[in-house]
Ligand binder design. Structure first.
Ligand code: ZN
Ligand code: ZN
Length: 250
């Protein structure tokens, strides 16, 4: 569909959202939910159909706000702790140096504690704030941001929404070229590739299974409604017949 080597737009199953590989004739059977489907032959219709599927996948998954992506950019950086504290601690050291130069000798410990102590404590409080913030981020935001694992070793990680290959850029947050969703890419994903791929497959099976169960439930409720309606109609009809008979003979 695209020139060799060019990034390939992801093709998603309409039913479970799993990524699929169509055959030469553009038909495919989803490996996760078994849905048989065929992409439009016209290139324009096909592009529109694929875009619509990606849009549906993006709507299905909760989109994170730019604030949460901003948090990722801050907390994924190992230097975040140092960055918040360093200015205060360096300021304290500079002050000690200035006091030593002005006095011509090492300043007394009490003076150092009085002047530099607050600066050191401010730096320490900021470090604690970042540690607590990072724990909250790791618990509630980070798991939703992870990119999907590469299908093969050495390939790029994939978008967490549409499964498209992510551009070869420096992380940790990389925007998808197809749906614009930011995904978090870390070395952990490559290290746990096999397990993550397995979990991803299970999630498509789960979506497909819940769709089947929902269809079955709809079927059961339709049958029930039909039987009740039949009963009501027959009872009503019988009632009318009895009323007519009574009226004729009465
Ligand atoms: Zn499917
Ligand atoms: Zn995407």
């Amino acid at each position: 569909m695209t020139a060799a080597g060019a990034p390939q737009i992801p093709i998603l199953c309409v039913r479970c959202g799993g990524p699929v590989e169509p055959r030469e004739d553009l038909s495919f059977v989803c490996p996760f939910c078994g849905t048989a489907d065929r992409l439009p032959a016209s290139e324009l219709d096909r592009a529109l159909a694929l875009k619509a599927r990606i849009g549906a996948a993006a709507r299905r998954r909760a989109q994170l706000t730019s604030t949460e992506v901003g948090l990722a950019r801050i907390f994924e950086s190992r230097a975040a702790l140092l960055r918040v504290a360093a200015p205060w601690w360096i300021g304290a050291l500079v002050l000690i140096g200035v006091m030593a130069i002005v006095r011509g000798e090492a300043p007394p410990v009490v003076l150092v504690l009085l002047v530099c102590g607050p600066l050191f404590l401010i730096g320490l409080s900021l470090v604690l704030a970042v540690v607590v913030g990072r724990a909250g981020y790791a618990r509630s935001v980070r798991p939703h941001l992870f990119a999907r694992a590469p299908l093969e070793p050495g390939r790029p990680c994939r978008c967490r929404v549409c499964s498209g290959d992510l551009p070869d850029e420096r992380g940790p947050v990389i925007l998808c070229r197809w749906c614009g969703t930011p995904s978090l890419v870390t070395p952990l994903i490559h290290a746990n590739r096999a397990r993550l791929l397995h979990e991803e497959q299970q999630s498509y099976f789960a979506v497909a299974q819940s769709a089947i169960e929902q269809s079955a439930r709809i079927g059961v409720s339709m049958t029930r409604t039909f039987l009740v309606a039949l009963l009501v109609i027959f009872a009503g009809g019988a009632g009318v017949l009895v009323a007519v008979a009574v009226a004729l003979h009465g």
